[in-house]
Design a protein around this ligand. Structure first.
Ligand code: ADP
Ligand code: MG
Length: 326
């Protein structure tokens, strides 16, 4: 393709909200064999919401939610590098939002809007003081409240900290996972005190896009830090056969490299900080425009409309621009 053709294609992309960083990226997209999708925030809306909260101890529901929300509502953590800003994680947002809703709106129906508003302004002071906070990538969060350790995250986080998961709790988590939800376990003062179920619906176009890629001869893959059971349930819904789950953030780049081994051209589509090494490792990194800045920086393409159909738009554009000269 001539420089003019590349310029025209870049312009067409921009008009469709597909920002292409350079002619090389534009050229590589036509040869793509695998498209690896991140799950949370990429295939799914990233607007997770808590569907269930079960407390196992005698603790009051409100107290339980306050504890969990306080642990999750932490400011941006920049180091270690891979730690996603905790409070920006879709799961953290969902939990804080749920607790906020519980405290401000689950009042007797006589509660007036104005009262709610004045209570809302008190919300931040209402959260508990937290010390020694850390976000543990691919696991959850950890901190101390009232001198006692609180852990919020997956099984791995519990196991690594010697927290015993009773059978009834495990059964409940499995039940959540089989219905495509993520089970979040909560331990306080060395005991499991409850479980939250979080649902994150698929983007409305996800199924059609996956189908479209297959028709174009491109193989879709899903990669996620989430557990295998949830991952398989989501993959089944979206029509993806090849899934890699329980992948630690650094491992996503390894997944990309494993598909590149035989010389195949691999695209990665992601939105999070933990996707950026994979976006950089891929032959074509595509960041969701609504994603984190670090992901956008690591990518060759930015999909400004946050619509997965633009993955197909990008490949089509490349094929149309370069096919004639080959
Ligand atoms: P994904 O690859 O799907 O974006 P992540 O690598 O961000 O997933 O997280 C993997 C898993 O780690 C989550 O499914 C969850 O179990 C746990 N986790 C991560 N961050 C948090 C958090 N802030 N609160 C609770 N659990 C978390
Ligand atoms: Mg994500």
């Amino acid at each position: 393709a001539t420089p003019t053709a590349i310029m025209v294609a870049t312009g067409v992309g921009a008009n469709n909200g597909v920002l292409i960083k350079g002619g090389d990226a534009l050229e590589r997209a036509q040869m793509v064999k695998y498209v690896v999708f991140d799950k949370t925030g990429t295939l799914t809306q990233g607007k997770a919401s808590v569907t269930t909260a079960r407390v196992f101890t005698g603790m009051e529901r409100g107290e339980f939610l306050t504890l969990v929300a306080s642990a999750e509502d932490q400011p941006m953590i920049l180091a270690p590098f891979m730690a996603q800003a905790s409070s920006e994680h879709p799961l953290a947002k969902a939990i804080v939002e749920y607790a906020r809703h519980f405290h401000f709106f689950d009042e007797p129906s006589t509660t007036k809007d104005t009262q709610n508003r004045s209570k809302e302004s008190k919300f931040s002071s209402w959260l508990l003081d937290v010390s020694d906070f850390s976000a543990l990538p691919g696991r959850g969060v950890q901190c101390f409240i009232d001198g006692k350790q609180i852990l919020v995250g997956n099984r791995k986080l519990m196991t690594e900290n010697g927290i015993c998961i009773p059978t009834f709790a495990e059964d409940f988590v499995v039940e959540l996972e089989e219905s495509a939800k993520t089970g979040i376990l909560v331990a306080y003062d060395s005991a499991l005190i409850g479980v939250l179920g979080v649902a994150d619906p698929l983007k409305r176009e996800a199924v059609v896009v996956v189908e479209g890629l297959v028709k174009m001869g491109v193989k879709p893959i899903m990669v996620t830090g989430d557990n295998w059971r949830t991952a398989r349930a989501v993959a089944r819904e979206v029509g993806i056969q090849d899934v890699r789950a329980e992948v630690m953030p650094a491992g996503k780049a390894d997944v990309i490299r494993s598909f590149q081994k035989d010389g195949s051209i691999v695209a990665m589509v992601g939105d999070g900080i933990n996707d950026s090494p994979a976006l950089a490792a891929a032959d074509i990194g595509m960041a969701i425009g609504a994603g984190t800045d670090i992901a956008i920086e690591a990518a060759d393409y930015v999909l400004m409309r946050n619509n997965l159909e633009d993955v197909i738009t990008a490949i089509d554009l490349s094929r149309k621009t370069f096919s004639r000269i080959r």
